[in-house]
Write a protein that binds this ligand. Structure first.
Ligand code: ADP
Length: 453
């Protein structure tokens, strides 16, 4: 087992990894930018190294600074968390060359899954249903026109190397295609350094369903069931839950097996998530992408399975076998997560700043993963996620009731947060009845239609 792990991240996920390491008796090294000097992950790690200024490209994304910090402190592994360098095949390769273990799958698997059009092809080959789309990146406008015509409008243009819900364009007619294609290629080049884009059939109001897996270096892969993350705004998840209200036990077993087989086919060894969209008119699920890292929403799966995904991820990275088999995985109850962002609840404007009053909810069935506290400052430089509020209940109804009272008992003053928005969503009849889709927020945020005269 590792003796010391460097955590190449910040915020709540850095603390989450510290929790796992402490429970396993592993020492931790925090890295931090100048903006995070007083952050909790710095306080709770055994050692901490400043790796640069606030700007991510010069700190949390700067591979030489992170590798130097690992070498100076004698860390034998790096946990990348999510975001930042978590899906960097380059960091994984540099780690290999420096004899530091990268806690994630190997660089070739990261690269394969990171190129979404290649990942789609690999999954198709492994027997997973993918959404109809172009075979790889589109070569030219004529190529795109032909593919779109075959697929039938609407279609969606996606960046081959995209992520974080960015660089996607919905096209509803042939006239819009050429302009949208050029803009998408330009945006992909600017955001991801590669201008390749591919086309996919666009589903109206699908449900987002994803499967959590864990694999070890001995060829064992298990699934931990699904999460539903349909409540999104601008392709960014806001609320996640496990299990999905629309997946039966039989479907879960079949979907899980399909994902496990596909993961085995690509030699997957770590924690990972395979994402699908459900066509709600047929119930059919289609693969869209795989994330080769820990996800923000991993906690809801931990609540319903009782399995600590981060500890297991560390264990398998050190070469150990998974500590359980598929038959050992028992799911019970229902868990929900609300992402608390530092942003205005109605305008969504970022709201960094100093927190004056702060009080976390507790009580039965509540888990909070956060890095903020009274008098903490939320820097303006990073992601707006400040806390993940999770609830667990015997069923969905109880999980919702607990979440509502936990939101009501959350005190964060000095900055705006999404707490009031979550309270309104949880009070919504459609949400309560699990009538959700990726179009839910659009309907929810639309101004009410004025009553007829
Ligand atoms: P990213 O990696 O940028 O998060 P994803 O491929 O995971 O991109 O898609 C994110 C979200 O975008 C999905 O959850 C869904 O809401 C929407 N989306 C992506 N592809 C499609 C599609 N073909 N049809 C409808 N919605 C889509």
């Amino acid at each position: 087992m590792f003796k010391k792990i460097l955590i190449a991240n910040r915020g709540e996920i850095a603390l989450r990894v510290i929790c796992a390491c402490r429970e396993m008796g592993i020492k931790t090294v925090a890295v931090f930018s100048e903006a995070d000097e007083h952050s909790l992950h710095v306080r709770f790690a055994d050692e901490a190294v400043c790796i640069g200024p606030a700007r991510s490209s010069e700190s949390y994304l700067h591979v030489p600074a992170i590798i130097s910090a690992a070498e100076i402190t004698g860390a034998d592994a790096i946990h990348p968390g999510y975001g930042f360098l978590s899906e960097s095949a380059y960091l994984a390769e540099v780690c290999e060359a420096c004899h530091i273990k990268f806690i994630g799958p190997g660089p070739s698997v990261i690269r394969l899954m990171g190129e979404k059009s290649r990942a789609r092809r690999a999954m198709k080959k492994a027997g997973v249903s993918t959404l109809p789309g172009s075979d790889g990146a589109v070569e030219s406008e004529e190529d795109a026109q032909k593919v779109a015509l075959d697929l039938g409008y609407p279609v969606i243009i996606k960046a081959s190397n995209g992520g974080g819900g960015r660089g996607m364009r919905i096209v509803r007619s042939p006239e819009e295609l050429s302009q949208a294609l050029r803009t998408a290629q330009r945006e992909a080049q600017a955001a991801f350094g590669i201008g390749d884009v591919y086309l996919e059939k666009y589903l109206e109001a699908p449900r987002h369903i994803e499967v959590q897996i864990l694999g070890d270096e001995h060829g064992n892969v298990v699934h931990l069931g699904e999460r539903e993350c349909s409540v999104q705004r601008r392709h960014q998840k806001l609320i996640e839950e496990a299990p999905s209200a629309v997946i039966s036990d039989e479907q879960r077993a079949a979907l899980g097996k399909m994902v496990v087989d596909a993961a085995k086919a690509v030699g997957y060894a770590s924690a990972g998530t395979f994402e699908f969209l459900m066509d709600t008119s047929t119930g059919q699920l289609y693969f869209i992408e795989a994330n080769t890292r820990l996800q923000v929403e991993h906690g809801v799966t931990e609540l319903v399975t009782g399995i600590d995904i981060v500890k297991e991820q560390i264990r398998v990275a050190s070469g150990e076998r998974l500590s359980f088999t598929q038959d050992d995985v028992q799911m019970s109850g229902h868990a929900i997560e609300c992402r608390i962002n530092a942003e205005h609840p109605t305008t969504f404007a970022p709201s960094p700043g100093r927190i004056d009053a702060f009080c976390l909810p507790g009580g039965p069935g509540i888990r909070v993963d956060t890095f903020i506290h009274a008098e903490a400052t939320v820097p303006p430089n990073y992601d707006s996620l400040v806390a993940k509020l999770m609830s667990f209940g015997r069923d969905r109804e109880e999980a919702i009731a607990r979440m509502r009272r936990a939101l009501e008992m959350t005190v964060i003053e000095g900055i705006h947060t999404s707490v009031p928005m979550h309270l309104r969503i949880l009070a919504d009849e459609d949400f309560q009845q699990a009538r959700i889709s990726t179009a839910f927020m659009e309907r929810f945020l639309a101004p009410p239609t004025p009553p007829k005269a």
